[in-house]
Design a protein around this ligand. Sequence first.
Ligand SMILES: N[C@@H](CCC(=O)N[C@@H](CS)C(=O)NCC(=O)O)C(=O)O
Length: 217
Amino acid sequence: MTIIITAFERSPDGGKGLARDTRVHWTLEEVGQPYEVRLVSFRAMKEPAHLALHLFGQIPTYEEGDLALFETGAIVFHIAERHAGLLPDDANARARAITWMFAALNTVEPPILELATARLLNGDKSWNKERMPLVEDRVRNRLKQLSARLGDADWLDGVFSAGDLMMASMLLGLKSSGILDEYPNLAAYVTRGEARPAYKRAFDAQLAVYAGKQATG
Ligand SMILES: N[C@@H](CCC(=O)N[C@@H](CS)C(=O)NCC(=O)O)C(=O)O
């Protein structure tokens, strides 16, 4: 059964792999599942056909036969549960890997998103200057805690898991801010994630989509 995921027709990040479809590409590449990508424009994302798949009118979505999913946490978990390689067999280790997925989505992503919003959307507002140090400190606080927990380890709980895939995906969004480099073990963690062949394939796949759209206009 062909797996179809959706992605931006024109990604605002210019092909840097920061849109959330990249973590789904990455997951599918890790487990070796073929998939197709359907591109959607910002307008099409808010139209009935797409809203039937994603009630919030966003990407990515995931279709597999008569199953349609949205929310990257649910999509990555679904794939990781059905294919070997991203969730340990041991029940407790599996539960911990799932915990890291939730931690990435619920505890680490929100301050990172707040920082991105403050920089990209509110950068020109007079009140943003005063607020910025608070927003950056919220990110630093999470990174400090995560950095202390990771220590010298390669991955958060022994072997690479869906929890690392999700956590590294969040931290990737911080690369351009310079804040990640204040925590060398986290910067190295992200570099290790990016060095995985599956990540490279996922990144290249989304870049090819972006470059193709640029070339064809
Ligand atoms: N919590 C959702 C967030 C999805 C999301 O914010 N998608 C962005 C792209 S990365 C989007 O579609 N933005 C356009 C919009 O919200 O109109 C998930 O993890 O899938």
